[in-house]
Design a protein around this ligand. Structure first.
Ligand code: ASP
Length: 307
């Protein structure tokens, strides 16, 4: 039985920069905007902050020094979705993903084609690497390639960046007063990744999923773990079966840990069709932001599995 009653608009977002996202998205929801608009504005608020090293053009570059971005958005009222992967020179990949959904017959554009589409619709934005990101990248190159020349192989690089684990996605789920659910996310992915490496974020069902009938979810963490489990589709699947967002998030994480105890870098946030929040993680600790339309400002909540 699906919930069809009145809903208080709500928004949930990953990590502490989720506070900035939740605030921007809730402004849209309080002005009676749609969940889809709220998600786009929420994600943009983080993409536009060039001090953040894991989202947008302020993010750490790939191993060649190019910032490659991934993003996706899904409208739970229509089940339409848009995604872009490995795009360069785009300030707001979430808006580009939305345009893929709205202006093309496709769900996903990648690499050169996605960049060309961005150019065509005026979303191209060229900018030098942020000085701090460039400095960290140069130091990394020197450390890995020069001081350990015997290890300067692609195989070593691929393994080493996994150990480095520098990444974080802004993932957002919103529900508006009409019960429409939307989800979106955006990331620069793994710091210093191999060119063309794409994680879970732009993969519908892995990085995000949304359906008005059940709710929505967005994931963050190591994409190589998340995408093997199609984590957000799993969470929404549990909500289809009647679980609350919290029960569904916990059930998905329990399943993952039972199946692969090494998948220690996954977190998910969710809202069910009643607007109730949920979050769960295989990390030791995870922070996320939540705001309901009855609140003045978003709150930062923390999960600590070690307690
Ligand atoms: N899931 C993202 C990726 O693997 C990064 C993150 O959320 O921390 O690209």
């Amino acid at each position: 039985m699906y919930f069809m009653g009145q809903v208080t608009p709500a928004i949930i977002a990953t990590w502490s920069f989720g506070l900035k996202a939740a605030e921007a998205g809730m402004r849209v929801l309080k002005a009676k905007g749609s969940a889809l608009d709220a998600v786009e504005e929420a994600v943009k608020a983080v993409e536009n902050d060039l001090s953040i090293r894991s989202v947008g053009l302020g993010g750490y570059p790939n191993m060649l020094g190019d910032v490659e971005l991934d993003a996706s958005i899904m409208d739970g009222s229509t089940l339409r979705a848009g995604a872009v992967a490995a795009v360069k020179n785009v300030k707001n990949p979430i808006s580009l993903a939305r345009k893929v959904m709205e202006l093309t017959p496709h769900v996903m554009l990648v690499g050169e084609g996605a960049c060309m589409f961005a150019r065509l619709i005026g979303l191209e934005h060229r900018m030098p690497l942020q000085p701090e990101a460039e400095k960290a990248w140069r130091e990394y190159i020197v450390r890995v390639m020069h001081s350990r020349p015997e290890k300067g192989t692609l195989e070593f690089w691929a393994k080493y960046i996994h150990e480095l684990r520098s990444h974080d996605t802004i993932g957002v789920v919103a529900i508006d007063g009409n019960g429409n659910v939307a989800a979106g996310c955006s990331t620069s992915g793994l710091a210093f990744k191999m060119p063309g490496r794409v994680g879970d974020s732009p993969i519908i069902g892995s990085g995000i999923y949304a359906d008005n009938l059940a709710g929505g979810a967005s994931a963050t963490g190591l994409g190589e773990d998340i995408m093997r489990f199609c984590v957000t589709r799993m969470v929404v699947e549990y909500m289809y079966r009647g679980m609350s967002a919290q029960e569904a998030a916990d059930a998905a994480i329990d399943f993952i840990l039972k199946r692969d105890g090494n998948a220690k870098h996954i977190a998910v946030v969710a809202l069910d069709a009643r607007g109730r929040p949920g979050a769960s993680t295989t990390y030791d600790t995870f922070e996320y932001a939540f705001m309901g339309a009855d609140m003045d400002k978003p709150v930062l909540r923390s999960i600590n599995r070690l307690k």
